[in-house]
Design a protein around this ligand. Structure first.
Ligand SMILES: Cc1ncc(C[n+]2csc(CCOP(=O)(O)OP(=O)(O)O)c2C)c(N)n1
Ligand SMILES: [Mg+2]
Length: 201
């Protein structure tokens, strides 16, 4: 299949489109997946405090509910929760909390169909022997609609900006399910394994 421009979406294109589309007052909550870890230094934090992250606690599933709390504390700000698809699946039931209490955050699900951070280790350190690495997700845009929230789905980079803008102004809790390239996986701890390589020789 010939590659089309903007498809599949690469992480760098996603972060660039988010930087361009999100308003200056945006506050971000992060999760611990590999896409969120890269996103941490790719967003613009123009009105601090604007970055909320689990840091070394490394909690997958933190970001969405944390965003609801941030929005309650700062109801006039735009609150954006970035998540991986695995992490969002752990906490998607909180869409019900957002709808019940009218907590209108925008959740960006960076959907690569896998536990990307773990799958990257299996690729790089275990010769691609994948065990439990993929996530059989439901369509998160449709799940959001079933809860009474607004759901959006994006497959092409050029659609990210207009869709995220629509989510910011939709007046409801919003879930934007953005499908990114499942092959764009990075293991960021290759250096930590050097001593094991030496020991094996
Ligand atoms: C509560 C919890 N369970 C498991 C982990 C281990 N873990 C770290 S990253 C990760 C994968 C997350 O997948 P996803 O949310 O889809 O993000 P991706 O890495 O694909 O961007 C897992 C399971 C963790 N950090 N926290
Ligand atoms: Mg994932």
């Amino acid at each position: 299949v010939a590659a089309r421009p903007g498809h599949p979406i690469q992480p760098a294109a996603l972060y660039g489109a988010l930087r361009a589309a999100l308003p200056r007052d945006a506050m971000f909550t992060m999760d611990a997946g590999t896409l969120c870890l890269q996103a941490t230094d790719q967003m613009l934090y123009r009105q601090p405090p604007a970055l909320f992250t689990p840091l070394d606690f490394g909690l997958v599933g933190f970001s969405y509910a944390a965003g609801l709390g941030v929005k309650l504390a700062c109801p006039d700000r735009t609150v954006v929760s970035l998540m991986g698809d695995g992490g969002f699946g752990m906490t998607a039931s909180e869409i019900g909390t957002a709808v019940a209490h009218g907590i209108n955050t925008v959740c960006i699900v960076m959907n690569n169909g896998c536990w990307g951070a773990e799958k990257a280790y299996q690729r790089d350190f275990f010769d691609g022997r994948y065990i439990g690495a993929d996530v059989p997700n439901p369509p998160y845009d449709k799940l959001a609609e079933l809860y009474g929230a607004c759901g959006f789905r994006v497959d092409k980079a050029e659609d990210i900006g207009p869709t995220v803008s629509a989510a910011v102004s939709c007046g409801k809790p919003a879930i934007v399910d953005i499908h990114v390239d499942p092959n764009a996986l990075y293991s960021f701890r290759r250096d930590s394994f050097k001593h094991r390589d030496k020991a094996a020789k």
